[in-house]
Ligand binder design. Structure first.
Ligand code: NAD
Length: 342
């Protein structure tokens, strides 16, 4: 089966998803929709993507010299599934239209969990999305937490998780967002929303999180503390992380000592838009104390990390592939996601 896919919302996430869909042999990109006739729209047209918008905006696009294929409603008539990548909260407003058009829909992490039948992470609960009509791919931070906690839980069992999320203030293109000079508790009253969000994927987890927003744009960093059920060595933890898909362990011996180094690495190996799909663990930060208490730090490229999960969600929803790891492998091969580096 080849799933016909539309992307509603062609911004930071949507444009990456469009490029990823084009790389899949079991999916076809029918079109992308957005509201403003900006350079993203122009590039989409130059890439050969069919452009859609709301009926009241068609003229605005045509005035800017951008050919519009039709309205968002017409785009939905031509597809099996829509990936909603509109700004957080807007997906919920679109849900009724998707349901009326009888298309399956994937929502992003900016939506509340009840927008979908299941909150999704490929490594943790692929099976729960099989055959579903509405799936939410959890946010960038929650995706990273789920991957790391999920693989450690499988290997050692997890007693409790405590994490601090050092958040990027904005994506690189978001000139109107801050902070420029402050560290902002996000929120002051604990916990942050991340712990409860992880529990939408891994229920019954003892997790408590805090978050701080920082004046940086390129990556988040997590400081993670997990108490596991078995006594473990540092080497056991590293081996589990290294063996897991979508998690890379970077060594200090190659000077991986900051998110800046990770971004430079991604640029140097030729990643499109310097995208890092993997959780980027600072290997030397992995520490075990008291026998079963693991500490580590890792970087999360917010713009890219959810891309592979969206692709897997489609395969699960159409039951093209029932095995999580086969879908993960297919997706990762298509995107150039690495299992080890170097
Ligand atoms: P964005 O603002 O970069 O892009 C949103 C796109 O939607 C823009 O192209 C805009 O023109 C379009 N749009 C706005 N209103 C629309 C409407 N009514 N109909 C159709 N298109 C509309 O947003 P983003 O950062 O890509 O975020 C999209 C979703 O992904 C959100 O739920 C967000 O929480 C989630 N997410 C974002 C990140 C990130 O770091 N940017 C990471 C993971 C998940």
């Amino acid at each position: 089966m080849v799933v016909k896919v539309a992307i509603n919302g062609y911004g930071t996430i949507g444009k990456r998803l469009a490029d990823a869909i084009v790389k899949q042999d079991d999916m076809q990109l029918i079109g992308v929709a957005k509201l403003s006739p900006n350079f993203d729209a122009l590039i989409a047209v130059k890439k050969g993507f069919k452009l859609y918008t709301t009926s009241d905006r068609v003229k605005k696009f045509e005035d800017a010299g951008l050919h519009v294929e039709g309205t968002i409603e017409e785009m939905l008539d031509a597809v099996d599934l829509v990936i909603d990548a509109t700004p957080g909260g807007m997906g919920a407003e679109y849900k009724e239209l998707y349901a009326n058009k009888k298309v399956k829909a994937i929502f992003q992490g900016g939506e509340k969990s009840h927008v979908a039948e299941v909150s999704f992470n490929a490594l943790c609960n692929y099976g729960e999305a099989l055959g579903k009509n509405f799936v939410r791919v959890v946010s960038c931070n929650t995706t990273a937490l789920c991957r790391v906690i999920g693989v450690l839980k499988n290997a050692f069992g997890v007693k409790k998780v405590r994490a601090t999320i050092v958040r990027r203030g904005a994506d690189p293109h978001e000139v109107k967002k801050g902070p420029i000079e402050a560290l902002v508790p996000n929120p002051v009253k604990l916990p942050s929303h991340h712990g409860p969000d992880v529990k939408t994927v891994i229920p019954d987890l003892d997790i408590f999180t805090s978050a701080v927003v920082t004046p940086t744009t390129r990556m988040h960093m997590h400081v993670l503390n997990i108490v596991v059920e078995k006594n473990v060595d540092r080497e056991d933890v590293i081996r589990v992380l290294e063996d897991a898909p979508r998690i890379l362990v970077f060594s200090e011996k190659y000077d991986f000592k900051s998110t800046a180094a990770l971004i430079e690495w991604a640029r140097d190996i030729g990643r499109p838009r310097y995208d890092i799909y993997e959780v980027a663990v600072f290997g030397d930060s992995v520490t075990v104390i008291n026998g079963n208490e693991i500490w580590m730090m890792y970087g999360v490229h917010q713009e890219a990390i959810v891309v592979p999960e969206n692709i897997d969600a489609i395969r699960a929803m159409f039951e093209i592939e029932r095995d999580a790891f086969k879908s993960i492998e297919k997706t990762d091969n298509s995107l150039g996601v690495l299992r080890r580096w170097p």
